[in-house]
Design a protein around this ligand. Structure first.
Ligand code: NAD
Ligand code: UGA
Length: 437
């Protein structure tokens, strides 16, 4: 099939590369000149496991990159929109990138095409896209607009795209949704055909539910801290009930990234616009913010005064296997530690350059051990695999004090005790805490 993808970010690039690998002819178009230049040479501008290999395998054979969006529109029968839909200050969705893409599609609509919206968009956006295309095209060329929300996760995006739990395709004409579903047939996954608005809603409902699970388990973890219970044992116990399941129950610093915070905020704002006041959703965000403060209070209570202390930070990306720092807990925690007078040394396996650009007055280190050397405490913010294979004896010998505050619960408190660390996880029942202590 001939497919154009507008917007070559995490979603657009992974979608384009995987669709090409499945045998389609893909044109990926983006307004970002530098990004297209790099991609045309096979250089991937983001860190995403497995992606570079697929791009290189298909480059200039079935996969093409361009800044000429109009030309890319004319080249294909299916036009996927995968541009960003960031939050505005008030939490509403900034739909301006989608509107711009729709106008370019309109200007170059030379024959019938199916426009497939893959970006996460406010409910009803599909109809707005159709109205824009109708208004700015000659009005003579037929087209259809379909919603096909994306559920991939950064860090496992290629795997998620090639082995999805489900593909959702929403269109008011079933035969058009079926046409789009043919693209996904080689994946042999469940394909759900819905109406347009329901598909758009499924995306927000999925992300809000997952965010809700994380905030829920974080509150239970905080309560475990207070009463001396262990969140690991608690989650094991509840997860054995198949109605609850064992996924997405890792307590810690809360969710970050470009999607959960933005999509929960967007759903709250959409509710307001349509006369419905969500009650659960604002609490999900509040608990999420609180987790960062809870972590900082643990550091303060373990170390006492922070002024003049050196704290090593391991991991700054919002989760492992990505270089994405959007809404990462590190963005709040590091400046808060500095504000309290601490000096921060940090290490992240991939975000070295970004760390130097984003954080002021930090020492960016080349290895985890270099960051830990002579530090008064070690704070773990991202659960990169690299941090799971640590020589504890050596670590203890280089830290000034053997203190570890583990924001992602990757270490076993008993093993830490055996190695004579002063160890704090999140909800591991090792100490009693309250914010005003
Ligand atoms: P991104 O910011 O990584 O990439 C967006 C790209 O669109 C950028 O390269 C930008 O230059 C380009 N762009 C913007 N306006 C354009 C235009 N008019 N024409 C051509 N290109 C344009 O965004 P992303 O993370 O890939 O997210 C895209 C959408 O997918 C969002 O709606 C997001 O909510 C949704 N989503 C993201 C993920 C994820 O894990 N990142 C997962 C599922 C869904
Ligand atoms: C999330 C969803 O999982 C995807 O299905 C969705 O497509 C995507 O948002 C999106 O709409 O963009 P992503 O943000 O890439 O994907 O990453 P997740 O693995 O979901 O993690 C999100 C955040 O939650 C991370 O900060 C992670 O550390 C945190 N998390 C996750 C927890 O704190 N506990 C958990 O149990 C799971």
């Amino acid at each position: 099939m001939r497919i154009t993808i507008i917007g070559v970010g995490y979603v657009g690039l992974v979608t384009g590369a995987c669709f090409a690998d499945m045998g389609n002819r893909i044109v990926c178009a983006d307004v970002d000149k530098k990004k297209i230049q790099l991609l045309s040479k096979g250089t991937i501008p983001i860190f995403e496991p497995g992606l570079e290999e697929i791009v290189r395998r298909n480059l200039n054979h079935r996969l093409f990159f361009t800044n000429n969006i109009g030309h890319a529109v004319r080249e294909s029968d299916f036009i996927f929109i995968a541009v960003g839909t960031p939050s505005k200050q008030n939490g509403q969705v900034d739909i301006s990138y989608i509107e711009k893409a729709a106008r370019v599609i309109a200007a170059h609509l030379d024959q019938y095409k199916v426009i497939v919206n893959k970006s996460t968009v406010p409910i009803g956006m599909g109809y707005l896209v159709a109205r824009i295309i109708q208004k700015y095209s000659t009005g003579q060329t037929p087209f259809d607009v379909v919603s096909n929300p994306e559920f991939l996760r950064e860090g496992s995006a290629v795997k998620d795209l090639l082995k999805p739990h489900r593909v959702v395709i929403g269109a008011d004409r079933r035969e058009i949704a079926q046409k789009v579903s043919e693209i996904y047939e080689p994946l042999h996954c469940p394909i759900l055909l819905t109406d347009l608005k329901s598909a758009e809603m499924i995306k927000y409902a999925s992300n809000a539910f997952l965010a809700c699970k994380i905030s829920f388990i974080n509150e239970i973890a905080n309560m475990c801290d207070q009463v001396g219970a262990d969140i690991h044992q608690v989650t094991q116990g509840i997860a054995l009930d198949p109605r609850i399941g064992d996924q997405f129950l890792n307590a810690g610093l809360g969710f970050g990234g470009s999607c959960f915070p933005k999509d929960v905020s967007a759903l709250i704002q959409m509710g307001k616009k349509h006369g419905y006041q969500f009650k659960i959703l604002p609490e999900i965000l509040e608990v999420n913010q609180f987790q960062r403060k809870w972590f900082i209070s643990k550091v303060k209570q373990t170390l006492g005064v922070l002024k003049g202390k050196t704290i090593a930070i391991w991991g700054i990306s919002f989760k492992p296997d990505t270089d994405d720092l959007r809404e990462a807990p590190s963005l709040e925690i590091i400046p808060a530690l500095q504000k309290a007078g601490a000096h921060v040394k940090l290490y992240d396996p991939v975000c070295t350059l970004a760390a130097k650009q984003i954080f002021k007055n930090v020492q960016v280190c080349k290895t985890a051990y270099e960051a830990a050397k002579n530090a008064d405490a070690l704070g773990l913010l991202t659960d990169w695999n690299e941090f799971k294979q640590i020589d504890f004896k050596y670590l203890k010998s280089i830290l000034k004090s053997p203190i570890i505050i583990d924001g992602r619960n990757i270490y076993d408190p008993h093993e830490m005790l055996e190695n004579q660390f002063i160890y704090q996880g999140m909800g591991q029942g090792t100490r009693l805490y309250s914010l005003d202590q």
